[in-house]
Design a protein around this ligand. Structure first.
Ligand code: ADP
Ligand code: ZN
Length: 215
């Protein structure tokens, strides 16, 4: 499947994407994961992106489009892809449209995952992420704690609160979402691709998406 997952930070895009990869082998492409990996590895891209990310601001569109233009042409994308955290702005959505047309790729659906603001705030402040750039597993101290306090179940590395998950950075990310990303809902409605999902669990969201795609 070829899919965009839209939704505020904390809506569960990453969890849903991971579940969907198991359905048909489509790959998850998370610009957030790619950027965090680049920051940790200290690459040129990472150096350019780091300050924006720490503050909870968006990384400039041209850097993001550079990443995506390369990534979408890698062979594993032929099976399908789940875009998680991209596009985030109207210029990114326009550039993606041009890029996909150039590559001869058509999207199946754009799923907007709707979650109430209070629930989003609860989730983000209790979220913990594995520091290992190859892993980046996500836990939640309230709803999905690791087996051993502060330690990743999957790889044994420490799990921490992300720099951009302080209360200040979170409220900035949510404002940025409202201002820059929420207009994409209307954009994709007009493209005829939008599916609105407000299922309470990630499994419910996955069901709604697979039902729509399988007709
Ligand atoms: P979230 O939990 O906010 O959805 P992500 O892991 O998707 O977080 O992204 C973390 C940070 O990486 C964002 O706050 C932003 O700084 C940067 N980022 C990720 N994807 C994009 C994008 N498509 N455009 C601009 N910045 C991005
Ligand atoms: Zn880990």
């Amino acid at each position: 499947m070829r899919l965009i997952l839209l939704g505020a930070p904390g809506a569960g895009k990453g969890t849903v994407a991971k579940l969907l990869t198991k359905v048909d082998g489509s790959v998850q492409i998370s610009t957030g994961d790619i950027l965090r990996g680049a920051v940790q590895a200290g690459t040129e891209l990472g150096k350019k992106a780091e300050a924006f990310m720490k503050a909870g601001d968006l990384v400039p569109d041209d850097l993001i489009m550079g990443i995506m233009e390369t990534r979408l042409q890698e062979p594993d994308c032929a099976k399908g892809f789940l875009l998680d955290g991209f596009p985030r702005t109207i210029p990114q959505a326009e550039a993606l449209k041009t890029l996909l047309a150039k590559l001869g790729i058509e999207l199946d659906v754009v799923a907007n995952i709707e979650v109430p603001r209070q629930e989003i705030l609860n989730r983000l402040t209790t979220r913990r992420t594995c520091v290992n750039p190859q892993c980046q597993a996500i836990f939640n101290v309230r709803s999905q704690p690791p087996k051993v306090d502060g330690v990743c179940d999957k790889c044994g590395s420490p799990i921490v609160q992300r720099d951009d998950e302080t209360e200040e950075a979170i409220s900035r990310r949510l404002d940025t979402y409202d201002e820059k990303t929420s207009p994409l809902i209307e954009f994709y409605r007009q493209e005829g691709l939008l599916l609105v999902v407000d299922a309470p669990t990630s499994e419910g969201v996955v069901n709604a998406i697979t039902t729509r795609i399988n007709g």
